[in-house]
Design a protein around this ligand. Structure first.
Ligand SMILES: NC(=O)c1ccc[n+]([C@@H]2O[C@H](COP(=O)([O-])OP(=O)(O)OC[C@H]3O[C@@H](n4cnc5c(N)ncnc54)[C@H](OP(=O)(O)O)[C@@H]3O)[C@@H](O)[C@H]2O)c1
Length: 390
């Protein structure tokens, strides 16, 4: 068995660290060849000293040169991430970046013919047509890391894409599933960051509370599996044990189950089609007891509705949905915008948007930049209004 080189983009984040932990268990299968971080120099240096990559990238900042091992080249700036994404020693690129910043590295990795283990769902949301084109032209592989899409991908090993009738994505419902909507204005970032079942980065945790994350995943599934939106449903499943389901034309439904850990989908994306032995908590259904499912309550998660509508509108609407939600979440986490202001910002920016077809990266950049500017302005207005009312 040959050792496969792995580049991890966003190695200092939640998925990045999980990937490094998984790789530690398989020194005979995987070797870290490139690592990237945004600003967390300390964590990156620690990883560099443990994993000895050929390339380490800190997008923003200058590391202490004395602590860099001689075998590692250090680079800074946004373009250096693209260098990591196309690194000649990388067979697999794990895109664990957060947000729209993940799109260009995704395109670069696919154009270079790599296996792309994609956690950065935003790549597909903001530039789905470009990503699928790069996949077709570059001859690489696209394996989802998102647990729901990994579940669908795994279920598909038992059937063909053409025989799917419907994909059913599960959602935990987040920490405010049973909260009175009237109370949501008072929710703090600390409340929103307390996810009931998953331990993840800040952005996705807040997105799980608004169900923006599930809307992003619906759009991700649409592009990844080529499914029309009316064939992608969502069901709330608070225990997060069933990771998603595929209903086939013959009436059979397959599901993938497991305790909520990202190690398993990460390993599957790295090792596919193999399933090497791995020490993780096994599932004892008798111990779990009951698994429950309920529909997404109509009107309860307006940001989710905005996302679905954006998907249906197509073109740059999902790009704008994502950018507006990134800006709204940043304002909320900075304690400027109330939690229930997040869907209002997204809805208002989407209402103002004139959709264009996604044909080039410039179209995506234009829509993304416009949406961020509008979202900051709308968030400012909402924040001022809510301060006056307080
Ligand atoms: N966490 C999960 O369990 C989970 C599950 C499914 C899917 N996902 C998806 O996986 C992706 C990563 O999520 P996460 O929770 O791991 O995020 P995270 O913990 O916030 O980590 C993000 C990583 O990206 C880097 N980064 C942030 N902004 C950047 C920028 N503008 N340019 C370059 N690098 C940047 C960060 O570097 P610094 O540390 O230096 O800031 C960090 O290494 C997201 O798309 C998320 O939706 C996550």
């Amino acid at each position: 068995m040959s050792v496969r080189g792995v580049a991890i983009l966003g190695s200092t984040g939640s998925i990045g660290k999980t990937t490094l932990e998984v790789i530690t268990s398989f020194p005979d299968r995987f070797k870290v060849v490139a690592l990237t971080a945004h600003r967390n120099a300390e964590e990156l240096l620690d990883q560099v000293n443990r994993f000895d990559p050929e390339l380490a990238v800190l997008v923003d900042g200058e590391p202490d040169q004395a602590s860099i091992p001689s075998g590692t080249r250090f680079a800074t700036g946004v373009d250096a991430i693209l260098e990591a994404a196309a690194h000649p020693s990388a067979d697999i690129v794990v895109n664990a970046l957060v947000g729209a910043a993940g799109l260009e590295p995704t395109l670069t990795a696919l154009a270079a013919g790599k296996r792309l283990a994609l956690a950065n769902k935003e790549s597909l949301v903001v530039g789905g047509p470009l990503v699928m084109r790069a996949l077709a032209e570059g001859g690489g592989e696209l394996i989802p890391v998102d647990s729901e899409h990994s579940a669908v991908f795994q279920c598909l090993q038992g059937g063909r894409l053409e025989s799917i009738r419907r994909i059913i994505l599960t959602a935990s419902g987040g920490p405010f599933r049973d909260r009175d909507p009237a109370e949501l204005g008072k929710v703090t970032p600390a409340d929103a960051l307390r996810h009931p079942t998953w331990n993840m980065g800040a952005k996705i945790t807040v997105d799980s509370a608004t169900l923006v994350n599930k809307a992003l995943e619906v759009i991700e599934a649409h592009f990844l599996f080529g499914m029309p939106y009316d064939a992608v449903s969502v069901v709330i499943h608070p225990q997060s044990i069933v990771h998603s389901l595929v209903e086939f034309q013959d009436g059979s439904t397959l599901a993938q189950l497991g305790h909520p850990t990202m190690s398993v989908p990460v390993l599957y994306a790295l090792g596919y089609p193999e399933r090497p032995p791995f020490e993780t908590q096994t599932l004892d259904l008798a111990e779990v007891g009951s698994l429950t499912f309920e529909p997404v309550p109509a009107g309860r998660f307006p940001a989710f509705e905005h996302g679905r509508q954006a998907g249906l509108r197509g073109g740059t609407a999902p790009t704008v949905f994502n950018a507006a939600s990134e800006e709204a979440v940043a304002s909320f986490l900075a304690e400027r915008l109330p939690f229930n202001g997040i869907p209002s910002v997204i809805g208002e920016v989407l209402n103002e948007h004139e959709v264009q077809e996604v044909t080039t990266l410039d179209v995506v950049r234009g829509a993304d930049g416009w949406a961020r500017e509008r979202a900051r302005a709308v968030a400012g207005t909402i924040a001022n209004k809510s301060q006056r009312l307080a």
